[in-house]
Design a binder for this molecule. Structure first.
Ligand code: PEP
Length: 250
């Protein structure tokens, strides 16, 4: 198939415990001899990153962070930096997830600074964008997605240090998904904008779809043009469910 190598990333959000380490262990065992046409990543809470890394030793499954501060270090109580996540074994960091934008007031400007910090640390920034239900209903989806992409994508971003995740806010954790036509429309827009902003490199950026992806709808969503993988929340918590999505690329 054409286009960049897909990525299926699992966002655990604020879920997980030492007991849950059995899930990535199981996933690694199940994927051991499977030749995948995609990269696989799990993004646990920061405090579990080292343990998940350890459980995945010898596996190709990558580990990512869910957020970071834009500074490398300093007086930012409670925050962690991209450098710290890198040292713990992460190869990517999600930035600008809608839950961060909503619950922590993160603007495109803040997301841009965070994404730049991730890239500067040598990691991939998984930059999340997506419209609310109100914005979709009032016909503003393309306008909102364009604005968020332009505002959140650091200058100088490359295909290797940048992943875009299109996550309609109303589809996250709700069981609702856009139609395949709606997904294809937004992903085509993002591709076009990336090419305008990055030139040739824009074609190589992975554009993930996120929002209620599960084994039963993964095949259809992942087969849309310009969909280069998935960002998966709820269905990434159980190895069997996550595997059911990953298998689209087996
Ligand atoms: C997410 O939070 O990135 C997400 C896509 O969640 P869910 O799959 O649970 O909708």
């Amino acid at each position: 198939s054409e286009g960049p190598r897909p990525l299926v990333a699992g966002n655990w959000k604020m879920n997980g415990s030492v007991a849950m380490l059995k899930e990535p262990r199981l996933l690694a065992a199940m994927l051991k001899d499977v030749k995948l046409k995609a990269d696989v990543m799990v993004c646990p809470p920061a405090i579990l990153v080292r343990r998940v890394k350890s459980v995945l030793k010898g596996s190709k499954i990558k580990v990512g962070g869910q957020d970071c501060h834009w500074a490398a270090s300093g007086a930012h109580t409670g925050d962690i930096s991209a450098e710290m996540l890198k040292e713990a074994g992460c190869t990517a960091v999600i930035v600008g997830h809608s839950e961060r934008r909503t619950n922590h007031g993160e603007t495109d400007e803040i997301v841009n600074k965070k994404a730049r910090a991730v890239q500067k640390a040598g990691l991939k920034a998984i930059i999340c964008i997506g419209e609310t239900l109100e914005e979709r209903k009032s016909g503003k989806t393309l306008e909102v997605v364009t604005r968020q992409l332009k505002g959140s994508l650091p200058e100088g971003s490359t295909a290797s240090d940048t992943v875009i995740a299109y996550e309609p806010v109303w589809a996250i954790g709700t069981g609702l998904t856009p139609t395949t036509a709606e997904v294809a429309e937004v992903h085509a827009l993002i591709r076009k904008e990336l090419s305008g902003l990055m030139g040739q490199d824009g074609a190589g950026v992975r554009i993930l779809y996120g929002g209620s992806v599960k084994p039963s709808n993964a095949e259809e969503l992942m087969s849309q043009p310009n969909v280069n993988g998935a960002l998966v929340g709820g269905a990434s918590l159980k190895a069997a469910d996550f595997l059911g999505i990953i298998k689209v690329y087996a």
